[in-house]
Design a protein around this ligand. Structure first.
Ligand SMILES: Cc1cc2nc3c(=O)[nH]c(=O)nc-3n(C[C@H](O)[C@H](O)[C@H](O)COP(=O)(O)O)c2cc1C
Length: 223
């Protein structure tokens, strides 16, 4: 083999090794999905629904790891319009969304007068710190769910409002698999036992599956 051929063969072999180790790294890399429940009531229907979505996400692939942030009982005030100097519980939850950056996000809110809860709005306003100097959450697959006491209590409106806010982060909005194409919609018709809402439970699972699929695909593409 002459020198030129030897160099060309070595470069090709090196490139193949790098490509296969990158593929192996992507294969092994943990895919972290963070769910946030934005009801002021800790551990109630919204938190349960987000938990169900996260469980379904985890079942998609062994690389998927999940964490639930329950804002219930926390004090979070909305944006002050400029640099926020308020010291409240937001500081406790911020690292879950910034360090490390999640590979997927699921946001849940109760429907309050056909809108997201005030806590949800406050949390999302404060999350604006992740937009500057760069859009930290850009391209992160993000799905939304909403719970209402009425079957048509504004769940889809709430989902749309949250999606609109998250588009300002340039996240990749995803819905759910069939039955939940806009997001998960749950009906708290059984005295806070949301697990009895079979249709709603199915939509929460479909949302979790879709977020996991998108997160896995994007993580592999980034490797
Ligand atoms: C102030 C307030 C407004 C509400 N407005 C609505 C509404 O517009 N539509 C609806 O379906 N349910 C409404 N509900 C009911 C809640 O969405 C429902 O109980 C939900 O399951 C609460 O979530 P949580 O169990 O996680 O706290 C409202 C509840 C409160 C406290």
């Amino acid at each position: 083999m002459n020198r030129r051929k030897f160099v060309a063969t070595s470069i090709a072999a090196g490139a193949a090794t790098i490509a296969s180790s990158a593929a192996r790294a992507a294969e092994k890399r943990t895919v972290r999905i963070v769910g946030v429940s934005c009801s002021p009531r800790k551990g109630k229907t919204t938190a349960t629904a987000v938990g169900i979505a996260l469980e379904a996400a985890k079942a998609v692939d062994s690389r998927v790891k999940t964490a639930l942030v329950d804002l219930g009982g926390m004090e979070i005030s909305g944006s002050s319009g400029g640099a926020n100097t308020t010291k409240d519980d937001f500081d406790k939850v911020l690292p879950m969304f910034a360090n490390p950056i999640p590979d997927g996000i699921i946001i849940g809110s109760p429907s309050y007068f056909r809108s997201m809860s005030a806590l949800c709005k406050a949390f999302l306003e404060r999350l604006a710190v992740l937009r500057k100097p760069r859009l930290i959450l850009a391209d992160v697959p993000t799905g939304v769910l909403a719970v209402g006491a009425y079957r048509n209590g504004g769940q889809e409106l709430v989902i749309e409002q949250i999606q609109s806010i998250m588009l300002c982060h340039e996240v990749m909005i995803v819905g759910g698999k069939p039955g939940a194409h806009q997001g998960a919609t749950l009906w708290n018709a059984y005295d806070d036992d949301i697990t009895k809402d079979e249709f709603g439970m199915a939509t929460a699972k479909q949302l979790g599956i879709r977020v996991a699929e998108a997160a896995l695909r994007l993580t592999a593409a980034k490797a």
